[in-house]
Design a binder for this molecule. Structure first.
Ligand code: PGA
Length: 251
């Protein structure tokens, strides 16, 4: 059985005052049966780790450089995230792929670096609206997985998040059939590449406009093991409902 996962991506949101949300979120889920992860902006990672010491919440970064150190102004390395107490890092988010022109090779190197530092990577893949309209979705996902997932994946070091670009922050969500098709495809692709045992342990998250209203339906879809949530992870009261829906879901 795969343990379910609810991951929150705060993106570039949150000053110190936002940390209070971690207190209420942790307090609402002391008996959590899923993995709860919050990826705050880098400035909040260390205080967030301190604040969640006795809570079920784990902390992650939103990106890392592929090198462990060096002359890379403004960047952060995977060992730095680990040193600050992070256990996870998001790699290949579409906002990084677009805004920072990160290609599959760069994302694979970042993911590799995350693993070397002992972090679990939440590797994101997803198609644009044009690609979906052109019936290219599965090809795009295949190419992103082949190019950005390193060879030495395990069930523990890799989580895949399927995030259609057109669903992120838009309120648009694919149909359950569309989500199911991609998640089944990802599972099958992982099986071909890594074998049954590893592939059946990797958690597959759906991301893109997940909220308290649609979460329960999304979590009934086979091969959806949780969610990567942006906007609705900023407030504990919203994210908490998503976590509860996940833990109550039967699949
Ligand atoms: P959203 O973002 O939930 O605000 O759509 C999801 C994400 O980008 O991870």
């Amino acid at each position: 059985m795969r343990r379910k996962m609810a991951a929150g991506n705060w993106k570039m949101n949150g000053l110190s005052a936002q940390l209070i949300e971690l207190d209420s979120l942790g307090a609402s889920h002391t008996a959590a049966t899923s993995d709860i992860v919050i990826c705050p902006p880098t400035t909040l990672i260390a205080p967030a780790v301190g604040r969640t010491e006795n809570s079920p919440i784990s902390i992650g970064g939103q990106d890392c450089h592929s090198a462990i150190k060096g002359a890379h102004t403004g960047d952060i390395s995977a060992p730095m995230l680990a040193d600050a107490g992070a256990a996870y890092v998001i790699t290949g988010h579409s906002e990084r792929r677009q805004d920072h022109h990160e290609g599959n090779d760069a994302i694979r190197a970042k993911t590799q670096s995350a693993w070397a530092a002992g972090l679990t990577a939440i590797l994101c893949v997803g198609e644009s609206k044009d690609q979906r309209d052109a019936a290219e979705t599965l090809n795009v996902i295949a190419e992103q997985l082949a190019g950005s997932a390193p060879d030495d994946a395990t069930a523990d070091n890799l989580v895949i998040a399927y995030e259609p670009i057109w669903a992120i922050g838009t309120g648009l969500v694919p149909t359950p059939e569309q989500i199911g098709e991609v998640h089944n495809f990802i599972r099958a692709t992982l099986k071909d590449r890594y074998g049954d045992q590893i592939a059946s342990g990797v958690r597959l998250l759906y991301g893109g406009s997940v909220n308290a209203g649609n979460a329960a339906t999304i979590f009934t879809i086979p091969n959806v093991d949780g969610a990567l949530v942006g906007g609705a992870s900023l407030k504990a009261v919203d994210f908490s409902q998503i976590i509860s829906a996940l833990e109550q879901s039967a699949t």
